[in-house]
Design a protein around this ligand. Structure first.
Ligand SMILES: [Zn+2]
Length: 375
């Protein structure tokens, strides 16, 4: 019996003599490059019905995968189904490329392929998903405790453009949790410090530092061209303003808040799904009185808590961009770090909400600072 394996150069010679080369990897794997002239038929499909593609069992077939392992199994499966003239390419596509044999590769630079290789291996991300991340623009409001992990991981993940808005400067008391910043940059604008850190991590991500506080006057400019809005400001005025703007402009809002040892995270998508998904005001029509809602500066916060919440916000952002999984829409997740417990509250849209019901015209921006000060 003939050997069931061929070396890549031998396989190329057979291919040139008329044998058909079949790449049995999944489509997302083939998208990253395949031996030149290979036909793509995933293993499961080929094994299930080889005659659909190759009615004649005497057809000479060369099977290739990534390493040669999978294709060897498919050779056995096809031989069991009567294909006599089928062999596997030893070492697979990896050996083929290493030997400098001709490949059909998409126009990807090495930096892209290496940097995102662990994403590219996930069928749920793959090349198409990674390109989606690269094409996406995310607004991160706040470059502090929440904005730091959010921006850090979104840049690492390959989000193409991060617009970061914050008008504050780095203070030594920030460094316990705001991991974008370093001791040497105390006194520097936070957005500038963020830009330096994020660019060092991933030069492919475009950082748009905006040293402004989000206000009714600039919010629509900040949201322009944005796919997802992340609220990392953790104050009520910004939260209500971002909520209203996201409803008006139909953008998903990824909300996070922290207090001492606790945090909350949620996705408010009422802008795109009127009457189906709630907005922040459906949940909290009015802010609490200021004395009942102290901020981190007043109440303190365990440094890791914004890290946990920020990473959950980054996770939801990536899912929203990729359109995968089940977003945290209509659910509010509460995190208790001391007990290490996660609890979920179901949320429904409020038909009497002042901003998001389907038939409601946008009521206009209000004076959020005054609204949140109870004035
Ligand atoms: Zn609402």
């Amino acid at each position: 019996m003939a050997s069931l394996e061929r070396t890549p150069p031998d396989a190329l010679e057979r291919q040139e003599a008329g044998a058909i080369l079949v790449d049995v990897r999944d489509a997302h794997e083939r998208a990253l490059g395949t031996a030149r002239g290979a036909r793509g038929i995933a293993r499961a499909e080929l094994e299930a019905d080889p005659r659909a593609a190759f009615p004649d069992p005497d057809t000479e077939l060369l099977l290739i995968c990534q390493s040669g392992r999978r294709s060897a199994f498919v050779v056995e499966a096809l031989r069991a189904q009567g294909y006599r003239n089928v062999t596997s390419v030893n070492g697979g596509t990896a050996a083929q490329a290493a030997a400098g044999l001709p490949m059909d590769t998409p126009d990807l630079d090495d930096d892209f392929s290496e940097r995102y290789s662990r994403h590219l291996r996930l069928p749920e991300v793959g090349l198409a998903g990674q390109k989606r991340l690269e094409a996406a623009t995310v607004l991160v409001v706040g470059a502090g405790g929440l904005g730091s992990p959010v921006a850090y991981y979104l840049a690492a993940a390959g989000v193409g453009t991060l617009r970061i808005a914050d008008d504050d400067v780095v203070d030594r008391s920030n460094l316990q949790r705001q991991i974008l910043h370093v001791d040497a940059r105390i006194g520097a604008p936070k957005v500038e410090s963020a830009r330096v850190t994020l660019t060092a991590l991933n030069p492919r991500t475009r950082i748009e530092p905006i040293a402004e506080r989000v206000t009714s006057a600039n919010v629509e400019r900040l949201l322009e061209g944005v796919d997802v809005v992340v609220d990392g400001a953790d104050n009520f005025a910004a939260r209500y303003l971002l909520n209203d703007a996201c409803v008006k402009l139909a953008k998903p809002l990824v909300y996070g808040a922290v207090h001492r040892f606790d945090g909350q995270v949620g996705v408010f998508d009422a802008g795109r799904r009127r009457g189906e998904a709630p907005c922040y005001r459906c949940l909290f029509p009015e802010p609490p009185p200021p004395e009942a809602a102290p901020n981190c500066a007043e109440a303190g916060v365990l440094g890791v808590v914004p890290g946990i919440i920020g990473l959950l916000q980054a996770t939801e952002t990536i899912k929203l961009i990729l359109g995968i999984g089940e977003p945290l829409t209509g659910r509010l997740l509460h995190v208790d770090a001391l007990g290490l417990r996660f609890r979920e509250t179901k949320l429904s849209p409020d038909p009497d909400c002042p901003v998001c019901p389907p038939a409601r015209d946008f009521p206009g921006y209000i004076d959020y600072a005054r609204f949140c000060a109870g004035g």
